[in-house]
Design a protein around this ligand. Sequence first.
Ligand code: OAD
Length: 244
Amino acid sequence: MTPSGARASSILFLTGAGVSADSGIPTFRGAGGLWEGRRVEEVATPRAWRADPALVWRFYQERRAALRRHEPNAAHRAICNFERRASVAGHAVRLVTQNVDDLHERAGSRPLHMHGELARLRCEACARIVLDLEHVDPERFVPCSACGAARLRPDVVWFGELPYFLDEIERELDTCTVLVSIGTSGIVHPAAGFLAMARASGARTIVNSLDEPENLAAEDDFRPGRAIDVVPALLDELARELGC
Ligand code: OAD
């Protein structure tokens, strides 16, 4: 129960590249997307890192260097604002993102980054993780200051690797009463299965995206459009419904 006596809800957000598109960060698929004209196997797999670390490093260093040129947008801010209002009103809110940028954090949220973070580097030899957005030269590896290994890798999840926080996310999917999915094409698993899992748990599902995601179903409440145009009003509406 909430302090006002209403039934407490559990709201789970899932965001993808579309939420950051209006901040100027390219999405992966479609025209102008990061994967256009590039095979993911060349830069986003453990095999690519072993075969050509310089190429992979350059790709991620360019994205790491670009982070500071982007600012959170109205959708990131609306999510954070909603989290605060809903929490104060006694509802549970969790944010899961597939994005490796830090725009949710810079808007004030604390997301679970299931695909890792550009701001973190990891040592494959000793498992040390460092927060680092200082060393972004595409031509220079960053050695591990703990064990001396020649190069840290980006702490992002590559194809063929297991996403982070899956147990925790599964628990959230089991118990959420509302799932709000924003800006994801619904193609990459396991995240592409989250809508179906939430539906199966009886949750109401709300979806915002520019194009219809692959995993959209008739029972989803689809709100097409740009996240900056759709999400603030959508979350105001949801907050009113939840009495917060
Ligand atoms: P995609 O590039 O596959 O899809 C982006 C989605 O955002 C599409 O559905 C677009 O219609 C939508 N979109 C674009 N601009 C938008 C806007 N302004 N407002 C709202 N929606 C918008 O990106 P993801 O689904 O996030 O994984 O990609 C999932 C994963 O595939 C990524 O995390 C990454 C990638 O390969 C790894 O690298 C492991």
